[in-house]
Write a protein that binds this ligand. Structure first.
Ligand code: ASP
Length: 621
């Protein structure tokens, strides 16, 4: 059989047999046709020559080929011959064997395509035809092949580093770890399993079981609101190390990511680190995209120092009080500002910002209850470069990195004078949206596709005020664990704060971010049962029965569990970033829709009366 990779070289006549799909056909006349055959794995295609002037089987094969619909799966036998070099190198985006063709002797159709299935080059398939989306999109199939390759590379590397792959149960129990769970009712009246939101508790139990370096490509299930490109089930590369802390896990993760990104050489620098507070105040985001900034490297004797220029700055102290009163209804607000170096043409910048703020993406920023953003455009023809309204003290003493050149954009925004919390600020979101819009309109250069800016975010607050979208631990404290309730306070001083002001305690929690995307996160864990129980009961103020749901973990910790720490990398997201895909759906074979549905198999489906009976359940009226 012909090499599936495409023969590539000239060959003199040779008998071949090949399976694949029929593609387009060109009938030269009644007697002669050229049909393109896609090899079974579509790694290449080749021209089939069929001729009715030949005798017997060959003439039959010619007629059969002319009767087959595009995309019919076939087995072809014939003679591989050199051809006149084809002009095109590819056919429908697939590599074409330009130097050989098959003179067909026999064609066998392996199946039929029903009448209602129409596959044309420009057909857009819905999610109910995911198989055809995949079959006809080289890019989607390549995403899956790439994903498999990266799984392999990660496994090989972790194996070399003495990590052990261990499976943990999918049928777990309901515990208030933080996310909303999926329940799995059982035939035992009133009893249910829960699908794991992550293997967190089992991996910690493994650390108390004498295993030291665990990993797993783990399927996780969270019944979340599906905004922001999330899936109800997703894959994590989940890891945990015993007798280890933050630095060990961070170092191992960096090596792993460098291997996966094929950047594992001696020159690789350690990833940058930034505290949560710095990230929020300088980028308005807990996952800053450092590509949208000017990195200035100063080569030092022993290290390179990087400084970043286009961050958000607090300019409150430089502004006149009456101006602040005009831009915000807030009492004593903080005013932040950022600049985007732009076109060199104030008119073009003005037009860009006006059209952005007019668009649906921009309008939300005008409805901000803390006041609208103030827009300034560097303009040499204006007094004080167009920044006059900000006042003389600002122009003289404001941050030098916010100095505007002709055509640059400066945006200011007020916010409440309170500690920053959550994942982003309004100004951070606006900054990112403006960068993206300016790139889309070619006003600033797009980052290069192989520019990956890795960054650790550390020093998150241990607790976050409750919000509507996350159930948290359901305690009555008014806050929940930022990461999960097993994360350790960072320092002894943070342990002390648990008694006095838990809202100020910092966590031994780290997130790994690349290009504005959170790839994953982890933490050093609480390995002392008394501290863990104290957090459940006295800090989070969970109900006793919910604390009992964690009794297994408390008992395990109390059995001499060693210190341990770990991380989980969102594998779908990681592959999407590497492939430059906007959505994780492009790197998952059978993703769910924004409503949590699989359009092909049509899940979820209705529960029948019989099933309800089996599980002793009844639907509420
Ligand atoms: N279980 C955590 C998560 O799913 C990751 C970790 O802390 O290792 O985010």
């Amino acid at each position: 059989m012909l090499n599936e990779q495409g023969s590539g070289s000239d060959c003199s006549s040779k008998a071949v047999e090949l399976c694949g799909y029929i593609s387009t056909r060109r009938d030269i006349n009644k007697k002669l046709s050229f049909t393109i055959l896609r090899a079974s794995n579509q790694s290449f295609c080749i021209q089939l020559v069929s001729n009715s002037q030949k005798e017997g089987e060959q003439a039959e094969a010619h007629e059969r080929l002319r009767s087959l619909k595009e995309w019919t799966p076939v087995r072809v036998r014939g003679t591989l011959k050199s051809r006149e070099a084809a002009k095109a190198e590819t056919h429908d985006g697939i590599k074409l064997d330009t130097r050989n063709e098959i003179v067909v002797e026999h064609v066998e159709s392996l199946n039929q395509i029903s009448e209602d299935v129409i596959i044309k080059q420009d057909t857009v398939f819905g999610p109910e035809q995911r198989h055809l989306q995949l079959r006809t999109s080289t890019q989607l199939r390549n995403n899956l092949l790439f994903r498999a390759q990266k799984v392999l590379e990660a496994r090989l590397h972790l194996n070399e580093q003495n990590w052990t792959e261990i499976e943990t149960p999918i049928l777990f129990k309901s515990t208030p770890e933080g996310a909303r769970e999926f329940l799995v009712p059982t035939r035992q009246k009133g009893l249910a399993y829960a699908l794991p939101q992550s293997p967190q508790q089992y991996k910690q139990i493994l650390m108390a079981s004498g295993l030291t370096k665990y990993f797993q490509f783990a399927r996780c299930f969270r019944d979340e609101d599906l905004r922001a490109d999330r899936q109800p089930e997703f894959t994590q590369l989940d890891m945990e190390m015993a007798f280890a802390g933050e630095e060990d896990v961070m170092a191992q993760t960096e090596r792993l990511l460098q291997v996966i990104w094929n950047k594992n050489n001696d020159k690789s620098e350690p990833f940058l680190r930034m505290t949560y507070q710095d990230a929020m105040s300088s980028y308005g985001s807990d996952k800053p995209d450092l590509r949208y900034d000017a990195k200035v490297s100063i080569m030092g004797l022993s290290c390179n120092i990087h400084t970043y220029h286009w961050q958000i700055h607090n300019i409150t102290q430089h502004l006149p009080a009456d101006l602040i009163g005009k831009i915000s209804p807030l009492q004593d607000p903080i005013v932040d500002a950022f600049k985007i170096p732009m076109s060199g043409d104030p008119k073009a910048t003005r037009k860009f910002v006006a059209s952005f703020l007019d668009s649906p993406d921009g309008k939300v920023y005008l409805d901000n209850p803390h006041g609208q953003p103030g827009i300034f455009i560097g303009d040499q023809s204006q007094p004080m470069q167009g920044l006059g309204p900000l006042g003389y003290p600002y122009v003289m003493e404001g941050p030098s990195s916010l100095a505007v050149e002709h055509g640059d954009l400066l945006v200011i925004q007020a916010r409440p004078n309170a500690p920053l919390s959550g994942g982003s600020t309004t100004l951070g979101n606006l900054r990112l949206a403006l960068y993206k819009a300016a790139i889309a309109q070619d006003l600033i250069d797009a980052p290069s596709p192989d520019d990956y800016q890795f960054l650790w975010i550390t020093d998150f607050p241990l607790f976050t005020p409750n919000n509507d979208s996350d159930p948290g631990q359901g305690g009555s404290s008014g806050f929940s664990s930022t990461h999960h309730p097993f994360t350790a306070p960072k320092t002894p001083a943070d342990v002390d704060l648990l008694l006095t002001d838990p809202s100020r305690a910092i966590a031994a929690h780290y997130d790994i971010v690349v290009n504005g995307v959170e790839l994953g996160g982890g933490s050093r864990r609480i390995h002392n049962a008394a501290v863990q129980e104290f957090i459940f009961r006295d800090v989070l103020k969970m109900k006793p029965e919910r604390i009992e749901d964690f009794r297994h973990l408390l008992n395990v910790l109390a059995s001499g569990c060693p210190p341990h720490a770990g991380i989980a990398l969102g594998w779908d997201r990681l592959i999407a970033v590497m492939r430059g895909s906007e959505s994780v759906r492009d790197v998952i074979a059978f993703p769910k829709s924004g409503r949590g549905e699989d359009g092909l198999v049509k899940s979820p489906n209705r529960v029948t009366e019989e099933q309800l009976d089996t599980y002793h359940l009844r639907l509420k009226e």
